[in-house]
Design a protein around this ligand. Sequence first.
Ligand code: NAD
Ligand code: IPM
Ligand code: MN
Length: 367
Amino acid sequence: MTQYKIALLPGDGIGEEIMAEAVKILQLVDSRHDDVSFDLTPAPFGASAWFSHGSCWPEETQTLCDGADAILKGTIGLSHAESKKIPSDQSAEKGLLAMRRRYDTYANFRPVFLPGSLGHFSPLKPEIIGDGIDILIIRELVGGLYFGEKEAGINAEGLRYAREQLDYDENQIRRIVEVAFQAAMKRRRKLHSVHKSNVLKSSVLWTEIVEEVAPEYPEVEVHHVLVDAAATYLCLKPTDFDVMVMENLFGDILSDQAGGILGSLGLMPSACVGPEKSYYEPSHGSAPDIAGQNIANPYSMIGSVAMMLEMSFGMTKEAENLWQAMQGVFAAGYSTPDLSRPGAGVTLVGTDEFGDRVAEALDGMPA
Ligand code: NAD
Ligand code: IPM
Ligand code: MN
């Protein structure tokens, strides 16, 4: 029997609601496998932890995460107005960046998937979606502007100013580019490197490294695309993309746009992988506008569980079952309200009912 310790960090906003559905699924997976058991321990994290414990990543939660085999995180952050209650250098977002830095989770996998049969979820026209959208965005997660030196103050002319540095060295770039080529080899062998080398030196270096690594993967078709154009192509021809790799800030923005072309950020799970530890989280935020209403889409959270099963525990078959269970619930005509389009014949269900239906579908499959 293998026991996996999983730290559960529900966080803020819709975090608790969607985490409850993830826990439902983890308990079911545990009960379906005699050789595996999950030790699930919830802990405070995010703005709610700052209010209750005076820190967004309290000591006890850090210790739990240090000892965990994997971390499952919900969502963190407050609305624009509420966020003023916490000093900016102690914010929930800073706590999240500290976690990324501590575990060096440099490889962020953000799958963007919608079969053609669910095209009615998307704001794009059916002829654009064709047989479906199936992209893997790979975002560098521990470099760039997010982690560069920052300062703000009054300059010599007496004006308020802010400055932040965008640093990448070749090793940081090479390791994420290698991850992207390896992912492309397991998929349709097409890689788009997203950059801004017409303006940024960091992108010139990025592109150089992609070209240096490419000969190691002769079967992968490589394309270099400027980030601004990539934003357009995601809307106009999303089916052209297979794997996309990019630096931290570009990946933040384009992955949310990718959620938009699917129809909702609620369809965006993710894995944040480091050399020794990985954590899993939805790509989206705490959605304060819909928190507490039992309408958040838990697909992103349950999908993050599927990624954890596969990537941290090697439970590839069960992960595949879980994706199929979720797709089956959609195919049967159910969705949370974020994905509904008038006239599409979708039956609306709440967060908990979606989770129940996924659990029921999974339970009906051979383990
Ligand atoms: P958001 O991602 O929380 O929400 C954007 C929109 O998407 C909202 O309309 C929301 O209702 C919708 N949405 C998001 N997830 C959904 C789901 N599962 N089901 C249905 N609808 C969903 O972005 P925001 O409102 O700009 O940010 C809110 C807070 O979240 C901010 O404090 C931000 O810093 C934080 N944030 C945290 C993370 C994280 O935890 N990794 C990621 C992004 C933003
Ligand atoms: C994300 C979020 C985070 C980011 C914030 C909350 C720090 O937007 O995970 O995409 O910008 O990386
Ligand atoms: Mn983001």
